[in-house]
Structure formats: C-alpha cells, structure tokens
Design a protein around this ligand. Sequence first.
Ligand code: PMV
Length: 324
Amino acid sequence: MTPATAYAHTNIALVKYWGKRKGAIAGLNLPATGSLSLTLDRFGTETRIEPADADDFVLGSQPVSPGEAAKVFAFLDRVRALAGSTARVRVTSRNDVPTAAGLASSASAFAALAVAATRAFGVSLDERALSQLARQGSGSAARSIFGGFVLLHRGARDDGADCFAEPLPSTLPVNLVVVRCGEGKKDTGSTDGMDHTAATSPYFRAWVDTHAADLDEARRALAGGDLPRLGEVMEHSTLKMHATTLAARPGFFYFQPTTIAVLQAVRALRAAGTPCWATMDAGPHVKVLCAPAVAGAVAAALQAIGGVRGVEVAAPGPAARVLA
Ligand code: PMV
C-alpha cells in the first residue's frame, strides 16, 4: 500500500435519513428511507493513511473511544478485503467540525476514509461504488462522496446494490446558515437514536410510509428551482423526524432551549418577509436554508439570540477528493 490523504466535506440532509432497513444483511447499513442532502463548502475531514505495524487511529488532538476506533478498523477490513491485503495502517484524521456534536462529522469522516483507504490500498471504485462503501461506515457518508445536492437512494435489494448516492445537478442558488446551539458530545448518537426510535416509536411507521412523497416533492422543487417549496418540505421532514423521537419509549429529543429560540426566530423572520427554513439533525444545532441574498441578514438575526455559540454561512461545496 502507499500513503494517501483525502478530504471530504460535511453534508446536511434536507430530506432526512432516520432508521435502518429491517431484514437487510448485517453490516451493510441500509437505510429505511432515501435522503436528499447538500454538501457544504465548510466543515469537513482530512484523513491520511500510512503503513504501520498495527492498526492505529489518531483523531487530531481529540481522544478516540474504543468504539470509534473499532468502527474505523472494521471499515479498513472491508477495504483490505477488496484489495486482498493484510497490511496494517495508521489513520490520522482532522475534523473541521466538532466531533459527534450533530454537525455530521461522521459523514465527512467516513467519506474521507473511503477515498483515502481505497487510494492507499489501490482499490479502484467508481463514485457510486465509493458511496456504497462509505455508507457502510455511516449512512450520511455516502452523500459526502459527491458535491452539491445529492440523492441517496433507499434501494430495495438485500445486498445493497441499488442503495447508492448520486449528485442532483442544480443551479438553485442557496446558502445554509449553520447556527451552533451547544457544545460537546450529544447524549444519543444517531445510530442509537434511530434504532431506539424504530423499535419503540408508533410514529416511526408513519415516518417511513410518508417519506417517499417528501423526497419526490423535494426533487421536484429542486428541479423547478422552487426554493420556498424545497424549504417547506425540508422543514416538514426535520420536524417529522424529531416527532418520531418524542414518541419513542422512553422519548428523547435533541432540542436545547437555544435550539427552540432559533426555530422560533426562523418562523418570525419568515413571517416578517425573509424566506428561510430550518433543519436539525441528531444534535442541538440548527441549519437554515435561504437564498444567498438574505443569508447575511439571517445570520445576523440568529447570531443575536442568547445562547447561540456561533453562526457560519455555508454554500454548496465540492465532492470528496484525494489530496496531492
Ligand atoms: O449516517 P449517520 O449515522 O450520521 O445518521 C445521519 C442521521 C441524520 O443526520 C439525523 C439525518 C441525515 O440524513 O443525515
């Protein structure tokens, strides 16, 4: 194997993935729903892979839990199996996002790992196959292989062959205003949260049953350049996802007081004539979709809310890539 370094950007789902598909082959990590996302030009992960005597994972200056390291090593095993190699490696990653704080660091992490590891082990995969490999590390990572708007197909096959990501070319100008509403690790990681929800929430079935319609509507809105329609269905998808967690047993939620204040402010901005729509993932932060022309005003209004730790304006970003 040869040393290789890759960079992947974070993506944020506009129509969410939440829940794994039942009956699928273990380890393939197949989603219960498709999803539609935007890869951002800010936030991401750089990952370098080098030969080593034993597998090792170093994450910047942050401590790595045994569980996190095990996930990375299991992912390397998949790539080694494709390459027919037993070579051990050191993986060094640097996150430009707070790890596990709900800013989707697993998406950029496993996309960067997929690109770096396949390059290092000399495994040649097209982007679709790379997205399928990245998905096995984290569902959202499949989407970070591509830039801009991206669709992750749910697929129906047990072997995952029809569950892959692809870009949705669009000229719709958008920004995503990322509003940090807390710090530190989230209480309930996305996999635990979605598994508990799928097992206990009576709303989970309704979530799955209505999901394809949301995805269709978002795709049509994107194709028609209809930002208000895209924003409206995006907000519907996120509130519906979070409703499934409230109805789980025991119920749980990712909202913090600042999160609620920001969600209310987004509604107030809209009522006052500034078109913008909110989405949230498995953490307290809020991401606000709007046209670039109003992003500065949206960011300034949300920055002024008590408890907000920071506001960044992101634009559509590029695909994951090998660094020279
Ligand atoms: O792929 P994971 O395990 O990071 O789960 C992603 C789940 C959400 O961020 C809440 C939604 C999504 O589609 O990204």
